[in-house]
Every structure is written in structure tokens, then in C-alpha cells.
Design a protein around this ligand. Structure first.
Ligand code: NAD
Ligand code: MG
Length: 394
């Protein structure tokens, strides 16, 4: 029986993780669940799973959660600091990081230092501080088990290949809702438009990242650190059906792929059950229903975020941290209709040019860069002319 701490249990990945745990009561237990503001769902989850700990990040909601669970043997805590502290609890086996953004970094570091294996959904943590995280994991003999479907695919392809170097990996991208569109078209797209992903239902931030191809850019950086690769060894190919989840090419030219219907429960389950596979009743893929699996080049001129992510990876240091923070602020502003779709790339580009570069960042540098970039990006947004964006539905 593995005790699982789910950071961000009320989100898309978090709720699907609880589904996996519910289906395997003999294998996994929800030991700790945490949410940000959705107290209603967190309370429902706590009643259904009776974990040892429930943490609500937003302290204003603490009293409500505490009162609602007072009849159950559950310890209820409030605040982000509580998450950072409690991930080190001696009874936790795996910490599944399903919170969104930079907020995942410090809890993940604490969990690794406490020797917890990490089931990593929160890709931003590896984007921001990949070197620091992977070195810490090595030092504490901790496994980082990818939950991101592409990285899970590569991880699965690598089982049994421990002594065989990777020539390159190929990350597949659905292309998002704006695949094939021009810059002129992107200038006018709305948040509602961008939130409609063709293949996956996910949290708002990653859905916008998928529409801008920033998600793939973040995944390129995530892959670098997970699999110890150079930027030139990481290719991206657009595969609109999202059936081939990613591929590994070995030094003899042989390519292995992992395939299946797009369902995040599979990579979540594999991260929790690794190295075993667990029988389930998820819907099976049938080739007959997909006579055409297609592949095309990613358009990095129109979707500049992907190009900038590669650039950040090559420039190393705190550059990926700058890109991540700028992107988080830009996406939040786009979701509030404060900036247009293309302005998100402009904000990232300006931050990359203007925020102080640190070649060998420490944790303190990352925290500082993140803060500085957010303030700078926010100021940029405030200075942007209000009429510059056309929110007409196209
Ligand atoms: P989501 O928005 O649906 O859920 C985020 C969760 O994190 C919620 O439980 C929320 O309460 C919590 N949270 C948000 N901000 C927080 C903060 N500042 N402090 C503490 N908790 C906070 O997001 P999601 O789609 O589940 O994605 C979560 C992570 O998993 C992201 O890093 C995303 O890139 C990654 N991921 C998601 C998918 C997917 O299919 N949804 C696939 C691959 C990777
Ligand atoms: Mg992914």
C-alpha cells in the first residue's frame, strides 16, 4: 500500500489521481490532499477519501473546511507553508505534484529532501529549476516519475534500455485549437476560443499554454532534465490525434513509441504503480477507428513561444525561470482579457531581454528571478495600450 500526497487534488490532474486511487483501494491511499481555494470540492474529497491530512492553501477558507470535517478523524491545516512542511511527513511514499505553476517548486524540493518519490505533473518546477531538482533527487536517491503524458511515454519506452543511449526523443504535440492558423488570425482570438482544446480537458493555464505551444516549450525543457538530454536531441512533431504520446530514437535508428487514447489517468496510474502495470478498465484504443495518424512540422514562426523555450534552454541559467514567470503572468492576464493572444509572446520576449541573467542560480536566485519577472511583466501589461487588442470573435 502506497501513501500518496496529492498537491492540488481539486484540479484536473488531482481529481483524476483520486479516480485512480478509488479504483485501486488495495494499492494506493490518499494520505494528504491539498487545494487552493475550492473548499467545496476539497471537503467533498475529504469526506469520500478520509485522508490523514487536508490542507487548504487559502487561509480564509480554513475555518469552513475545518468545521465541515470536524466529525472525521482528519487533521485540517491552512496555508501554503503547511503544504511545504507536511510533504515531508514520514508516512508519505509518493508526492504527486499537481498544483499549477511556480508554487510547486518549494514543496517539491522539501519532499525530495525528505526522500519522497515525486510523481511530477507540475512541469513548471523542472522548467524553473531543473538542474537543482534533478541533482537533489540524485543526492537523496529519489525517483522523479513523470505524469505528463509525453514524458510518461518516453519513460515507458526507456524501461529495459538503461544501458542504451538515446539518440533523440520526439515529443508529440496536438497543435492545440489554433493549429494551421496565421499570426493575423491569432491577433484576434479570445480566451473562450483558446480554452477549447481539441483532445484534452485540463486546467485553464495549461490549456492556454497548449493553444500557444508554450506547453510544448515547457515540455522540451522538462524532457531535458528528466532524461538528461541536450536541446538538439529533443524534437517536436505535431500529431493532431494525440494517440502516439511520444517517441524515443536509439543509436541504431530504432524508434519506440508509446500509444493509447488520450487519457491522463494512464500516465498517473503508471507513475503511482511503477515499475508495475496495473489492470484497469480504461477505454482501449482501436486502430480501425483511427485509419489516419498524421504528423506535421511545428510552426515555430507563428507560435513563437516554442522557439523562445528552446532559446531559454540553450541560454541556461535562470532564463527558463524568467520565461516561466513571464508566461504565468501573461496567461493570467490573457485569461482576464487584459492582453491579446500575441501579446503573451511579446511579454515573454521582453522579460527575456530585460531581466538580469544569472548563470548559476541558487534557490534564492530562482525565487528572486521569479518575483522580479512577475513585477516587471505586470508593469509591462499596465503600460500596454488598452485599444491594442481586438477581442472580436473570429
Ligand atoms: P488545475 O488548474 O486544474 O489544478 C491546479 C490545482 O493546484 C488545483 O487543485 C488548485 O487548487 C491548486 N493550486 C493552484 N494554484 C496553487 C497555489 N498557488 N498554491 C497551491 N495550490 C494551488 O491544473 P491541472 O490542469 O490539473 O494542472 C496541474 C499541473 O499538472 C500543471 O503544472 C500542469 O502543467 C500539469 N499537467 C496537467 C495536465 C492535464 O491534463 N491537466 C497534463 C500534463 C501536465
Ligand atoms: Mg503533456
Amino acid at each position: 500500500m502506497k501513501n500518496i500526497a496529492i498537491l492540488g487534488s481539486t484540479g484536473s490532474i488531482g481529481t483524476q489521481t483520486l479516480d485512480v486511487i478509488k479504483d485501486n483501494p488495495g494499492l494506493f491511499r490518499a494520505f494528504m490532499i491539498t487545494g487552493f481555494t475550492n473548499s467545496y470540492l476539497l471537503i467533498q474529497q475529504a469526506i469520500a477519501f478520509v485522508p490523514e491530512y487536508v490542507i487548504i492553501c487559502n487561509e480564509e477558507k480554513y475555518a469552513e473546511v475545518k468545521a465541515a470535517l470536524s466529525h472525521l478523524p482528519i487533521k485540517v491545516l491552512g496555508g501554503y507553508e503547511a503544504i511545504k512542511d507536511m510533504v515531508t511527513h514520514q508516512d508519505i511514499d509518493i508526492v504527486l505534484t499537481a498544483m499549477v505553476g511556480f508554487a510547486g517548486l518549494e514543496p517539491t524540493i522539501n519532499a525530495i529532501k525528505a526522500g519522497k518519490d515525486i510523481a511530477l505533473a507540475n512541469k513548471e518546477t523542472l522548467v524553473v529549476a531543473g538542474e537543482l531538482i534533478t541533482e537533489l533527487a540524485k543526492e537523496h536517491n529519489v525517483k522523479i516519475l513523470p505524469v505528463d503524458s509525453e514524458h510518461s511515454a518516453i519513460f515507458q519506452c526507456l524501461v529495459g534500455e538503461e544501458n542504451n543511449p538515446i539518440e533523440k526523443i520526439i515529443l508529440t504535440a496536438s497543435g492545440g485549437p489554433f493549429r494551421g492558423k496565421t499570426t493575423e488570425f491569432l491577433a484576434g482570438v479570445t480566451r473562450e476560443h483558446a480554452l477549447k482544446h481539441p483532445n484534452w480537458v485540463m486546467g485553464a493555464k495549461i490549456t492556454i499554454d497548449s493553444a500557444s505551444l508554450m506547453n510544448k516549450g515547457l515540455e522540451v525543457i522538462e524532457a531535458k532534465w528528466l532524461f538528461g538530454l541536450e536541446a538538439e536531441q529533443i524534437d517536436v512533431i505535431v500529431h493532431p490525434q494525440s494517440i502516439v504520446h511520444s517517441l524515443v530514437q536509439f543509436e541504431d535508428g530504432s524508434i519506440k513509441a508509446q500509444m493509447g487514447l488520450p487519457d491522463m489517468k494512464l500516465p498517473i496510474q503508471y507513475a503511482l504503480s511503477y515499475p508495475n502495470r496495473v489492470k484497469n478498465n480504461f477505454k482501449r484504443f482501436d486502430f480501425v477507428n483511427y485509419p489516419n495518424l498524421t504528423f506535421e512540422k511545428a510552426d515555430m514562426d507563428t507560435f513563437r513561444n516554442l522557439k523562445m523555450a528552446y532559446e531559454a534552454l540553450n541560454r541556461k541559467g535562470n532564463m527558463p525561470c524568467i520565461v516561466n514567470a513571464a508566461n504565468e503572468v501573461a496567461v493570467a492576464a490573457f485569461l482576464k482579457n487584459e492582453v491579446g493572444f500575441l501579446a503573451m509572446s511579446d511579454i515573454i520576449e521582453t522579460c527575456m531581454a530585460r531581466i538580469a541573467y544569472v548563470a548559476q542560480p541558487t534557490l534564492a536566485d530562482y525565487l528572486n528571478t521569479d518575483k522580479e519577472t512577475r513585477i516587471f511583466a505586470q508593469n509591462l501589461i499596465m503600460q500596454m495600450p488598452l485599444k491594442a487588442y481586438d477581442f472580436n470573435e473570429k
